[in-house]
Design a protein around this ligand. Structure first.
Ligand code: IMP
Length: 186
């Protein structure tokens, strides 16, 4: 069971786990996260709190966008900053900045009555100069992953769902979870 109020996150996770024939249910539930600087710690604490309530094997994810020239901002505040500033606000903050490097990070915490595990994944790239593409969600239209081209063009995550779902931070983290789950739980 994936506890999240974000339908995009669930859809991406389900596609990845299907490759390993792992069934994932969606529990659409908005919960309060602890305040911390580390998304791994936030994921672990959220999983523990939710397991005490739900008492069934579950996963939760915490993720964020980390911009190098802004010392990792918005990081753990990514959801809030997306609501308040949006992609236009981020593009404004970076106008005139040469170093546009950034990465997404996702940490997934799994918990059941016997096991607690956390898996993290990253994808590195740059923040584009303008928004491009209509797929995905939130920062996808301004994130271009490194070293991947389609027809000699660099694409944002919002321009190619297939590309995103094969290299994203979420893909990397859920793939690690799936490999572990296939060996130790199933
Ligand atoms: P949280 O994990 O619910 O704290 O939210 C993390 C926030 O990071 C999301 O609400 C998005 O704003 C941003 N984020 C995380 N992963 C992605 C992604 O794959 N695409 C676009 N934005 C993302």
């Amino acid at each position: 069971m994936f506890v999240t109020s974000n339908a995009h996150k669930f859809a991406e996770a389900q596609k990845i786990l299907r490759l390993y024939k792992i069934q994932l249910e969606h529990l659409l539930y908005a919960y309060e996260e602890i305040r911390a600087d580390d998304i791994k710690q936030i994921a672990i604490e959220s999983a523990k709190t939710l397991f005490r309530k739900i008492k069934k094997p579950l996963v939760v994810e915490d993720s964020g966008l980390f911009i190098l020239s802004l010392n990792g901002f918005p990081g753990v505040y990514s959801a809030w900053v997306q609501k308040k500033l949006g992609n236009n606000g981020i593009l404004k903050l970076l106008s005139g900045t040469k170093n546009r490097g950034a990465y997404f990070k996702s940490c997934i915490a799994y918990i059941d009555s016997k096991n607690q595990k956390v898996f993290c994944g990253e994808v590195h790239g740059i923040i584009s100069k303008r928004k491009k593409g209509n797929n995905g969600f939130d920062y996808d239209p301004i994130f271009i992953p490194n070293n991947i081209q389609l027809n000699s063009k660099y694409l944002t995550f919002a321009e190619s769902e297939t590309l995103k779902n094969s290299i994203s931070h979420r893909f990397n983290a859920f793939t690690e979870l799936a490999k572990w789950y296939s060996v130790y739980i199933r």
